[in-house]
Write a protein that binds this ligand. Structure first.
Ligand code: ASP
Ligand code: MG
Length: 409
């Protein structure tokens, strides 16, 4: 028998009506001869509700207690789905992460899965049960409940698929796959039949919110076939996330365009151009636990240079404060300036490895629309630019068109 893991997100199980819909799909797969392990998230809005409630109790909620609390959303979902299945005459049994023994480290609120005891699940599966597992949670060595970070149910699904050697992990969500870009900004955006893991990793880290990035990482590492589909459509193949060496892959040069408004840019002006300067500027920022994204150091002239980087927009004020109060006096910089009205637009595609001229075409397209590029960063399979936030949507539309992303390759 073929085993598949299906994961249903919060909107897919947002009401009893929707849970019944999901249960019918599960029953259909079972009647086709599949064995199923089903992972569910909390019902839509529930995790946010719990987080807000915790904040009322404690300004900065205790991390361990917060996990005890937010993990309850998924516990409700597994029981509800199992009840609905049983009511339909389908054998089902639910498990929390701790009951399965999804072992994690003890980094509360963002724990990592270490290993999974699959014995209990296997015997239930063999006995014909649909096994319903709570996403987003696990248990640490000391027996405390942990959670895996927002969107973590995706990772639970992939990890179970890896542990059980499932044929495929299907992520059911409210969109019917991965698109060339967000269709709410570019109506011509096209669903991709396939995308490589590397491209998906880049898109997830650059702002696409469809999959938790850790789940993609996990799937890549353990070679889990991952598919994103809509729970609101009867049919549809969704998007298969695949390995580059797979045959019959859609050979697009560019897979998609990601964007995000979560960035802010800071520049330290007029710093002495000498060894150690980057460390002296970024050291205090790292010590404050602030993630730095793009970094640019200008060519020095007259012994001086300018140094720019981007951080998450939520960290903008803190970063400016650190630079002005600690770094500027220490390195003798002329000034510190910055702005948080910027956005990052990125082009992603494995085809960049074998085609030249992608970057120049990107820059030309933006220039023709008069969009100024403030910063650029590249990797083997992506080119990102920082532009003024007000041109972000225009930039995405222009690039989508100039790279013909609305056409099937
Ligand atoms: N319920 C959790 C969240 O809202 C986990 C998940 O949905 O994947 O982030
Ligand atoms: Mg999600």
């Amino acid at each position: 028998m073929t085993l598949i893991v299906q994961k249903y997100g919060g909107t897919s199980i947002g009401s009893i009506e929707r849970i019944k819909n999901v249960a019918r799909r599960i029953a259909k797969f079972q009647s086709l001869g599949y064995q199923l392990v089903v992972v569910v998230s909390a019902m839509s809005g529930e995790t946010n509700r719990l987080l807000a409630l915790a904040k009322e109790a404690q300004n900065n909620p205790n991390p361990r207690e917060l996990d005890v609390m937010v993990s309850t959303g998924e516990q409700v979902s597994i029981a509800l789905l199992s009840m609905v299945l049983i009511e339909m005459g389908v054998k089902a049994r639910s498990y929390t992460g701790a009951q399965v023994r999804i072992h994690t480290d003890n980094a509360y609120n963002k724990a990592r899965i270490l290993n999974i005891d699959e014995d209990k699940l296997r015997s239930d599966i063999d006995a014909g049960y649909i096994v319903v597992v709570a996403g987003f949670q696990g248990v640490d060595e000391s027996g405390s409940i942990t959670t895996l970070g927002r969107g973590g149910s995706d990772t639970t699904g992939v990890a179970l698929a890896a542990a059980l050697n499932a044929k495929e992990c299907q992520i059911y969500t409210d969109v019917d796959g991965i698109y060339t870009t967000d269709p709410s900004i570019v109506p011509e955006a096209r669903r991709l039949r396939t995308i490589t893991f590397e491209e998906m990793m880049e898109l997830a880290s650059l702002g696409s919110k469809v999959l938790q990035i850790r789940s993609v990482e996990f799937a890549g590492k353990y070679k889990v076939r991952l598919r994103v589909l809509s729970s609101f459509e009867e049919e549809g193949e969704g998007t298969l996330i695949t390995f580059e060496e797979d045959e019959n892959m859609e050979q697009a040069i560019i897979a998609g365009i990601a964007f995000n408004r979560d960035e802010a840019k800071v520049t330290v002006l007029g710093v002495p151009d000498r060894p150690g300067i980057a460390y002296q500027i970024l050291g205090p920022v790292a010590d404050a636990n602030i993630d730095v994204d793009m970094i640019i150091q200008n060519v020095g002239h007259d012994g001086m240079t300018d140094f720019s980087f981007t951080v998450h927009r939520n960290e903008f004020a803190r970063t400016m404060h650190i630079l002005k109060s600690q770094v500027q006096p220490h390195v003798g910089a002329r000034d510190v300036v910055g702005g948080d009205r910027i956005a990052k637009v990125s082009l992603v595609g494995v085809g960049m490895r074998s085609y030249v001229g992608i970057a120049s075409k990107m820059f030309r397209s933006l220039a023709e629309e008069g969009i100024n590029i403030q910063m650029i960063s590249t990797s083997e399979i992506k080119i990102s630019v920082i532009v003024d936030e007000k041109y972000m949507e225009l930039a995405v539309r222009i690039l989508h068109k100039s790279f013909d992303l609305d056409q099937v390759p």
